[in-house]
Design a protein around this ligand. Structure first.
Ligand code: NAD
Ligand code: ZN
Length: 453
C-alpha cells in the first residue's frame, strides 16, 4: 500500500447530521442537535474527511421501503376497493382521495391469457367505479420477457400521462408480467409505484412477496432488473382456479422449497394434501378432506408467504449471499436455459432440489427414510425428480460459475432433517459425484413418468 493511500485511510472524519430549519437543510456537527429550532432531523448523515488530494464527503442515507402484501377475496368485485386504494398507507391521504371526488385514473398491464378469462370482469370493475383507465393486454411469455416489451409498456404509460405520485401502474398476471411491469415502473420517471396482482400460484407465493423486477437479456434470465418492491401486492386465490394443473405443480415446487428449508408443518401438509391441492386448484374447503375446518389452501399459501417474507425482508437487496431461498436455484438456471422451453421454472427447481436431497443424504444430513419421504412428496406434487439434461458436467459447471460470482465460495443450502436447513460451503467433489450416481440409479424414471422410489 502506498503512502498516499495510507493517509487516505487514516484521514480524520467529521460526522454531520442533516437538520432542516425553516425549510432549508444544513449540515450540523456535534452530537447535540437543538431539536427545538429544527423542523426536521434526517436519518441521513454526511461524513467529511480531508486528504492531501482534497475533501471526501461520504453520504449515508437510509432508504426505507414499505410495501403491503394483502390477501383479499373478490378483488374484481366492484364493491371491493382494494385494487384502487389498498396501496395507500397514510389514512389522511386515503381520506383526501375519497373526499376529492375526482375520477381515479389507472394504467393496467395484464397478461393476454389472463385478459381472455378475466377481461370483462376487469373492465366492468373499472367502469362501475368510474375509473378512467387504459388496459394493455400483452403476451407476457418467458420468450417475450425483454427490454423491448418493457419499452412498449413505457410508451403507452407516457401517452397516458401518468401522475407518478398518485397513480400506481397495475400489473395483473404471472411472474413474467409482474417482473416486466415492475421494471418498467421502476424506470419511469426514475421510480413510479406499481401494484402486483399475481394470477399463478408461483407468482402468488414467490414473485409477489419480494422486491425483484427484471427482464431477460443477453440470453440470461433476469439479467436486467431492479430491486424495487411494489407499493402493494394484492392476493386473490380465486385466480388460481383457471391455472393449468402443470402450472400449479410448478408453483408447488417453490412452496416445497420453503417447506424443506424451514417449515416441517408445511412439508407435512404438502405430503398429506398435495394431491388435493392440485385437484381443487387451491379452491376447496379442506373440511371435506377431514382437516379441522381450516382451509388447507390458505394455510399452505400463508405459510409459504410468511416463510418467504422472513427470508426476504432482512435481505431485500440480496447483499447477504447466505440465502436459504436459493435452494433449488444453484443448478436450475443452467438446466432451464439448456432445455428451454420444455421445463418450467419450478420443474427445473425441483430437479435441482431432488439432487441436493441426495447430496444431503450422502453427507449424513438426511436419513434414508427422510430422503424417500421428500422424493415421494415431490412425485405426489407431480414434479419431475430427475432429468437426463442434469448431467454431472452441468452440475460442475454451475458450481464453478457460482464460485466465480460469489466471492470464491459455493454456498449450498441443504436440508438437515425435514423443514430445517443449513448452508454448507464448498462440498467436496467426491460427495457430489457419489450423490449423482445414487440419484441416477434410484430416480432414472421410466418413460411413463412413474417413479420407482
Ligand atoms: N420477482 C421475483 O421475485 C420472482 C420470483 C419467482 C419467479 N419470478 C419470475 O416469474 C416467472 C415465472 O412466473 P409464472 O410461473 O407465473 O409464469 P408466467 O407468468 O409465464 O405464467 C404462466 C402461464 O400461465 C398463464 N396464466 C397466468 N395466470 C393465469 C390464470 N389465472 N389462468 C390461466 N392461465 C394463467 C400465463 O399466460 C402463462 O402462460 C419467471 O420469469 C421468473 O423469473 C420472479
Ligand atoms: Zn425460483
Amino acid at each position: 500500500m502506498g503512502k498516499a493511500q495510507h493517509q487516505d485511510d487514516t484521514a480524520k472524519e467529521t460526522e454531520y447530521s442533516l437538520v432542516r430549519v425553516k425549510g432549508t437543510w444544513r449540515c450540523r456537527g456535534g452530537k447535540k442537535i437543538n431539536k427545538g429550532t429544527a423542523d426536521c432531523v434526517s436519518a441521513a448523515k454526511v461524513y467529511e474527511s480531508t486528504t492531501e488530494r482534497g475533501m471526501t464527503w461520504t453520504v449515508v442515507s437510509p432508504i426505507v421501503f414499505t410495501y403491503k402484501v394483502t390477501e383479499t377475496r373478490g378483488l374484481l368485485d366492484p364493491s371491493n376497493d382494494t385494487l384502487l386504494l389498498g396501496h395507500v398507507t397514510d389514512p389522511q391521504q386515503l381520506e383526501d382521495i375519497k373526499k376529492a371526488n375526482k375520477p381515479i385514473r389507472r394504467f393496467v398491464v395484464v397478461d393476454q391469457e389472463v385478459f381472455k378469462i378475466y377481461g370483462p370482469k376487469l373492465t366492468e370493475y373499472f367502469e362501475a367505479n368510474g375509473v378512467i383507465f387504459k388496459v394493455m393486454a400483452l403476451p407476457t411469455t418467458e420468450e417475450n420477457k425483454s427490454m423491448e416489451m418493457a419499452l412498449k409498456i413505457l410508451h403507452e404509460v407516457n401517452n397516458f400521462s401518468l401522475d407518478r405520485r398518485t397513480e400506481p401502474i397495475i400489473a395483473i398476471g404471472g411472474g413474467v408480467c409482474l417482473d416486466i411491469v415492475g421494471l418498467a415502473a421502476s424506470l419511469y420517471r426514475r421510480r413510479t409505484p406499481y401494484v402486483r396482482v399475481p394470477t399463478t400460484l408461483l407468482s402468488y407465493i414467490d414473485a409477489s412477496v419480494g422486491a425483484k423486477t427484471g427482464v431477460n437479456f443477453a440470453n440470461c434470465k433476469n439479467k436486467l432488473g431492479a430491486y424495487i418492491p411494489p407499493a402493494a401486492a394484492f392476493l386473490d386465490l380465486s385466480f388460481i382456479q383457471s391455472v393449468p394443473r402443470r402450472q400449479i405443480s410448478n408453483g408447488l415446487a417453490e412452496m416445497l422449497k420453503m417447506a424443506l428449508m424451514k417449515h416441517r408443518g408445511l412439508f407435512e401438509l404438502l405430503e398429506k394434501h398435495g394431491c388435493m391441492l392440485l385437484d381443487t386448484k387451491f379452491q376447496a374447503e379442506s373440511s371435506l378432506y377431514g382437516h379441522s375446518g381450516v382451509q388447507v389452501a390458505s394455510q399452505a399459501t400463508r405459510t409459504a408467504i410468511v416463510t418467504m417474507l422472513e427470508e426476504l425482508a432482512p435481505n431485500l437487496w440480496e447483499d447477504d449471499l447466505n440465502r436459504l431461498v436459493d435452494f433449488g436455484h444453484l443448478l436450475s438456471p443452467a438446466l432451464e436455459m439448456k432445455v428451454l422451453p420444455s421445463l418450467l421454472h419450478g420443474e427445473a427447481v425441483n430437479i435441482d432440489m431432488s439432487y441436493m436431497v441426495y447430496v444431503s443424504h450422502e453427507l449424513g444430513l438426511l436419513t434414508e427414510e427422510e430422503k424417500q419421504r421428500i422424493i415421494r412428496c415431490m412425485v405426489g406434487l407431480e414434479l419431475p425428480v430427475w432429468h437426463e439434461a442434469c448431467t454431472l458436467e452441468l452440475i460442475q459447471k454451475s458450481l464453478q460459475d457460482r464460485l466465480k460470482h460469489s466471492g470464491g465460495l459455493v454456498r449450498m443450502p441443504l436440508p438437515v432433517g425435514l423443514g430445517q436447513a443449513e448452508i454448507f460451503n464448498n462440498t467436496p467433489y467426491e460427495v457430489l459425484h457419489r450423490a449423482f450416481v445414487h440419484w441416477c440409479d434410484e430416480l432414472n424414471i421410466s418413460s411413463d413418468g412413474s417413479c420407482e422410489s
